[in-house]
Design a protein around this ligand. Structure first.
Ligand code: ADP
Length: 458
């Protein structure tokens, strides 16, 4: 048996006994007292009645009638005269009738007490009532009931009480067992499930339908398993991506290094071309590693941002300056619609610059003709920025996924253009770390538009 059943069962049992035992004792006491006083009252009443009806103490017939009456009511009678001498009795011999009692009786007061009988060695619950005729004390009439007669029903009641206490105890025992089992079963199930989860069996679920605390603990365990599972497959995918991303440049490096080593080139120009491929691939690997490092720091919340009041336009203009050469090389025009009066925002200048460089870099990279445009304005305590291009666009299916790490619309297209697939994931993380929001709109073949919003600095 498990411990909860024992603990809970024990506690309930002790509580039960603490309540039931005194209750039983009190009930027994009440019944006994009630019964005793009932009998006491009865003998009192009878003795009074008989004492008042007796007219002659000498008439044998009278005395016999009282004896018969006593027999019928299952009582004993005992009649004394004014001196305390026995006149008639139904077979008892009272031994503890004191002078004090007779004194009381002679004064007209009744006597109630436990009387003892010499012969039969039994006690009686009795009552004596004075017989007074024409104002003179003639004697006393006693009616007695044996204690045994009284005790018998009292004992029966006590037995019944004990029986019901024991019955209730067993009932409670069964109930407690069921209750504690009902309570501990889900706990045991949850314990088993958590052990399985710890062992890595993340498909396990607990089924606890109750909507109390135990039920919500069960739900929490299921959530934990689900979340850990998600985390695990996410991590697996992440590592698969990283190794894939690293393998490609490394195979290029290996291949071209071998070509160069074995002198498998015809012209000096060819040799330089191979060397610049090696250079490009190395550069890409450095970028990939830096991006990965940044992203992992951000996802763990370990990146330190130097937040201060910043002129967003200044940062945007320096990012535009960086992409200018590339822009002109591709023959694209830059359109800008910047409201110079927008207020400062609370941000980290370098990280904000990284966001703009990334988005503008993408805009230029994925646009062959047309323009790249930027727009800045502010409404209600927010500064909004739009970075838009007339490039190849992003297919609708890919749109919700572009902010995920390593997601690329078309692997070859991005790789040819030098992307790592981490840019937008980093951008989104950085925007959110600076309390901003970012969203994207795009139409394939028409162009892409990113909208960013940052709260104004207080
Ligand atoms: P990458 O380094 O491959 O560019 P990003 O995370 O920056 O990775 O972008 C993810 C994908 O979103 C890219 O592979 C690209 O296909 C698409 N993308 C991003 N910006 C644009 C854009 N301005 N126009 C078209 N496609 C874009």
């Amino acid at each position: 048996m498990n411990k909860i059943v024992l603990k809970l069962g024990g506690t309930i049992m002790v509580l039960f006994l603490v309540v039931l035992l005194p209750l039983g004792y009190v009930a027994n006491q009440i019944f006994t007292n009630f019964y005793y006083s009932q009998v006491q009252e009865e003998v009192e009443e009878l003795s009074q009645k008989y004492a008042l009806t007796i007219t002659s103490m000498e008439n044998e017939k009278f005395l016999t009638m009282f004896k018969t009456l006593a027999e019928l009511t299952n009582k004993e009678i005992y009649i004394i005269d004014a001196d305390g001498k026995v006149v008639a009795e139904s077979g008892v011999q009272i031994t503890n009738l004191s002078n004090k009692d007779i004194g009381l009786l002679s004064k007209g007061q009744p006597v109630q007490k436990k009387f003892r009988d010499a012969k039969a060695e039994v006690s009686y619950l009795g009552s004596g009532y004075p017989i007074i005729q024409s104002d003179t004390f003639k004697g006393a009439f006693f009616v007695l009931a044996t204690i045994n007669d009284v005790q018998e029903p009292v004992d029966k009641i006590r037995d019944l009480l004990i029986l019901s206490v024991v019955g209730a105890l067993f009932l409670a025992l069964g109930f407690t067992f069921l209750l504690s089992k009902k309570m501990s079963d889900p706990l045991i199930e949850m314990e088993k499930a958590t052990r399985q989860i710890a062992k890595g069996n993340l498909d396990i679920r607990v089924d606890i339908p109750s909507d109390d605390e135990v039920g919500s603990l069960g739900k929490a365990i299921n959530d934990l398993a689900l979340e850990t599972n998600r985390y695990r497959s996410n991590r697996r995918e992440f590592f698969a991506n990283i190794s894939h991303e690293l393998r490609t440049p490394i195979s290029y490096l290996q291949g071209y290094a071998q070509v160069l080593k074995q002198g498998l080139y015809q012209t000096e120009e060819e040799r330089l071309q191979y060397l610049s491929i090696i250079e490009d691939e190395t550069e890409r690997m450095v970028r990939l590693i830096n991006d990965l490092f940044d992203l992992s720091k951000m996802e763990e919340g370990k990146i330190d941002l130097q937040m201060s009041s910043i002129d967003l336009i200044e940062v945007l203009e320096s990012a535009l300056f960086k992409v200018k050469i590339e822009l002109e090389k591709k023959g694209l025009t830059l359109r800008s619609q910047i409201d110079e009066r927008v207020p400062y925002i609370e941000a980290d200048g370098i990280r904000l610059g990284q966001i703009f460089t990334n988005l503008l870099g993408n805009a230029v990279r994925y646009t062959e003709k047309g323009f790249v445009s930027v727009k800045v304005w502010n409404v209600d305590n927010k500064v909004h920025v739009i970075i838009e291009d007339t490039g190849i666009g992003i297919p609708e299916n890919d749109l919700p996924l572009v902010f995920e790490r390593f997601h690329r619309v078309e692997k070859s297209r991005s790789r040819e253009l030098g992307g790592t697939g981490l840019g937008l994931a980093i951008v989104k993380n950085l925007v959110e770390l600076q309390n901003g929001t970012i969203s994207v709109n795009s139409q394939e073949g028409k162009g892409t538009r990113f909208l960013l919003s940052f709260p104004v600095a207080q």
